[in-house]
Design a protein around this ligand. Sequence first.
Ligand SMILES: Nc1ncnc2c1ncn2[C@@H]1O[C@H](COP(=O)(O)OP(=O)(O)O)[C@@H](O)[C@H]1O
Ligand SMILES: [Mg+2]
Length: 238
Amino acid sequence: AGPDEGKTLVAANLAIVMEQAGREVILLDADLRRPRVHRLFRQTDHTSLAEVLLGDCERWPCALMPTALERLMTVPAGCPPPNPSELLGARRMREFIQFLTQRGDIVIIDSPPLLPVTDALVLAPEVDGVLLVVRHGHTHLKSAQLALTQLQQAGARVLGVVLNQVPIGQRSYGYHYGYYYRSYYTDNSPDDRGGGAGRGNGSGRGHSRGHGREGSSGATTHRPDGRSVSRAPAPDRA
Ligand SMILES: Nc1ncnc2c1ncn2[C@@H]1O[C@H](COP(=O)(O)OP(=O)(O)O)[C@@H](O)[C@H]1O
Ligand SMILES: [Mg+2]
């Protein structure tokens, strides 16, 4: 919804996870005002989205930049142009997205914040789905609601909301929720009641695994530059 909520980090992590699952992924940095993807992947000068939108389509293939990961490519945003909303809403942007969808299995677009500027809103109807990122203790409920309403009015398909940077290891909302959730699925589950085979019986009930405190964190941490990081909420890493 707003700045610094973790949109870029979530988009990059999603791209990495999908790459690791064997998909050909393209991560497009569409934040023409505050480009960050190139920093996360430690990329240098390259043909960018800004040049694509201002130039001719012969250069489109040059905008795809390889990363350290075999099946992941990025398109950096480039130097901020004077009119980002106008460029992102133009037909050329739609055509470029189409071009990217032919080049990869999945195109993930890292967008600018929704509320201060219209950039993301003009993109929303052009994509198959939108993930809204909100940050624990930072995003106001009203802002999140407004963002959702705006997306729906723009005709976007909202896939879900990512609650980012939930504090872990404290007696906070996250702690109690995790505890309650875990006990709900283990202590009181039908499996347990029906003879105690509950956990680890291979019944394929995916929801009985991975919940609790561990499952509630936004800090699933793959670093785009290839280093993996342990679970604790990390300091600034852009
Ligand atoms: N789950 C997280 N844990 C730790 N740091 C995070 C997390 N999500 C985001 N950050 C950090 O917060 C800052 C803003 O994140 P970023 O993804 O650039 O936000 P946005 O794209 O919404 O402006 C960055 O320094 C980033 O590394
Ligand atoms: Mg960002």
